[in-house]
Design a protein around this ligand. Structure first.
Ligand code: SAH
Ligand code: SF4
Length: 340
């Protein structure tokens, strides 16, 4: 076997050059080793997280995202507590034990409003993950105290110049500060990056992976960048980066053996069997979308997002059946990094 893979198997440490070697190569053993490390540390289980896209109102203008404030074509919505609880009840009735609340960054959901919703959701005995962008320390603290367990905030890219170019009026430094705040507050903290951004180099992707390791991220979500027609990156050269995303995911598993890694929706969107391929190459989490159909069709971060046009029960059933037919054990526990 490739020397770099041998080393990773034993030490779970790689240098930037070694990571770049794996990224630029095409060694199928990478996926096999990532899968065996995943099986050793997480078993054959796939953890389910019910994803609620509770608002598409966003004040940011990330260049790649269809929900950016300047995209006037989006029909904007925000779910109230009752709408959200309806999806939570559906998820709970199907045995799901983690709810992910994801949305655009906006000031409508204050820490107080969110805390009230979080407390209601917690009464269903589920873990809660938030993914609502950058907030100040006091907000993160308040919602943690209300019961939020986890937080997802991708670094998107560790190339500081590229980060600043793609995120008007935002700063790389503040992104890092947010991630450190979340860690220090005791959240299970997730990060990750977009793969295939215009101007992104293999070196900076290797640095992304080293960043996940350095932060000791509890979750890492890797997704291929998929151009959205109503964004400044509409005409970006798009060269199908499923394979690069898969490699990044697998290498992340080599370096962080016990973390949770989702098979992201963007992977499934790019390739029909993308989710299963990812789950056989280091991923161990799936996030079925349980947002009601009338809303999720307007949550088009990128076009043709997988699962956006089917009813919740259909999506969930087909995902669970698909996993079982591939011999995965579907886990209905909360699935923290260090405990079930
Ligand atoms: N507003 C929050 C959560 C919603 S966006 C936030 O930004 O953190 C969630 C993720 O969608 C982002 O982190 C980004 O990585 C991803 N995303 C946005 N536009 C995308 C695109 N065009 N292709 C693939 N993923 C995209
Ligand atoms: Fe808003 Fe998140 Fe999209 Fe950026 S990536 S525009 S913060 S929804």
């Amino acid at each position: 076997m490739n020397k770099v893979l041998e080393k990773a198997k034993i030490t779970h440490n790689l240098s930037k050059n070694e990571i770049m070697e794996l990224l630029s190569g095409n060694d199928e053993d990478l996926y096999k080793v990532a899968n065996s490390i995943k099986n050793e540390n997480k078993g054959n289980k796939v953890y389910l997280r019910g994803l609620i896209e509770f608002t598409n109102i966003c004040k940011r203008n990330c260049f790649y995202c269809g929900l950016r404030a300047e995209n006037k074509k989006v029909h904007r919505y925000e779910l109230n507590e009752d709408n959200i609880l309806k999806s939570v009840e559906f998820a709970v009735s199907e045995g799901i034990k983690t709810i992910v609340l994801q949305g655009g960054e906006n000031n409508h959901y204050t820490a107080e409003v969110l805390s009230k919703i979080i407390k209601k959701i917690k009464s269903y005995d589920v873990a809660i993950t938030l993914s609502i962008g950058e907030r100040d320390y006091s907000d993160y603290k308040a919602v943690k105290e209300a019961g939020a367990d986890r937080y997802l905030l991708r670094i998107e890219t560790t190339d500081k110049n590229l980060y600043n170019a793609l995120h008007p009026k935002m700063s790389f430094e503040n992104r890092i500060k947010c991630l450190k705040d979340l860690k220090s507050l005791g959240y299970e903290t997730g990060t990750g990056s977009l793969i295939g951004l215009p101007g992104q180099s293999l070196k900076s992707i290797a640095e992304d992976i080293l960043f996940f390791k350095e932060l000791n991220a509890d979750m890492v979500g890797i997704g291929p960048f998929i151009p959205h027609p109503d964004t400044p990156l509409a005409n970006a050269d798009f060269c199908g980066n499923f394979d690069t995303s898969l490699k990044v995911m697998a290498i992340t598993r080599l370096l962080l053996p016990d973390i949770n890694i989702p098979a992201t929706t963007a992977m499934e969107t790019l390739k029909p069997n993308g989710r299963i391929i990812a789950l056989n190459s280091g991923a161990n989490v799936v996030m079925p979308n349980i947002t009601e159909l009338e809303f999720k069709k307007n949550y088009m971060i990128y076009p043709n997002k997988s699962g956006s046009f089917t009813q919740n029960s259909e999506t969930l059933k087909s995902i669970i059946n698909g996993l079982k037919s591939e011999n995965f054990e579907v886990s209905f526990s909360k699935g923290f990094r260090n405990s079930d």
